[in-house]
Design a protein around this ligand. Structure first.
Ligand code: HEM
Length: 140
């Protein structure tokens, strides 16, 4: 059975998104969860919501047990692996690092803005101080 493991693109997997034909992607592997969905302790709905999509993140967020992972060892459920095409989104587990780096770059953008405000504020204060000093000197 595993000898017949297929490679499907994300678009092909996305076609299997109904109650009667339900594929899920987990860590770049494709599983037929049509029968399992009815038995899923977390409910059929959550799996149907993610049908035909990558559910790696959602699966990890729930903190599934090793027993849950063992369910996926069933050769009846294993379909094959994801064939990534140019322009496809990255696997979910790697996507989180991408968001991390973008959020840190926006944070440093804010840092530069704050730095500029402090510099300009300092320059204005220095100018005002010099002006007042000059005024006082004139009065004496
Ligand atoms: C095909 C993949 C999945 C398998 C094999 C699976 C299997 C299981 C199993 C065996 C449990 C019982 C608790 C445990 O052993 O951890 C469980 C619970 C649960 N699952 Fe999944 N699950 C899958 C995908 C998902 C996804 C994508 C979600 C989405 C949000 C989800 C949500 C939940 C929730 C909320 C529970 C807790 C239910 C409760 O404690 O009342 N599962 N799952």
């Amino acid at each position: 059975m595993s000898a017949s493991a297929k490679q499907l693109t994300l678009q092909e997997v996305a076609k299997h998104s109904t109650k009667k034909d339900l594929y899920l992607i987990l860590n770049d592997k494709i599983y037929d969860c049509t029968n399992f969905a009815k038995e899923h302790p977390g409910g059929e709905e959550v799996l149907l919501d993610l049908a035909g999509q990558d559910c790696t993140e959602a699966f990890d967020d729930v903190g599934h047990s090793d027993e849950a992972r063992a369910v996926l060892d069933d050769p009846e459920m294993f379909i094959g692996t994801v064939k990534r095409m140019p322009g496809d989104p990255e696997p979910k587990s790697k996507a989180s690092t991408a968001t991390d780096s973008s959020s840190s770059s926006s944070a440093s953008g804010f840092g530069i803005g704050l730095y500029a405000v402090i510099l300009i504020g300092g320059a204005i204060a220095y100018g005002a101080y010099n002006y007042l000093q000059a005024q006082q000197a004139q009065q004496q």
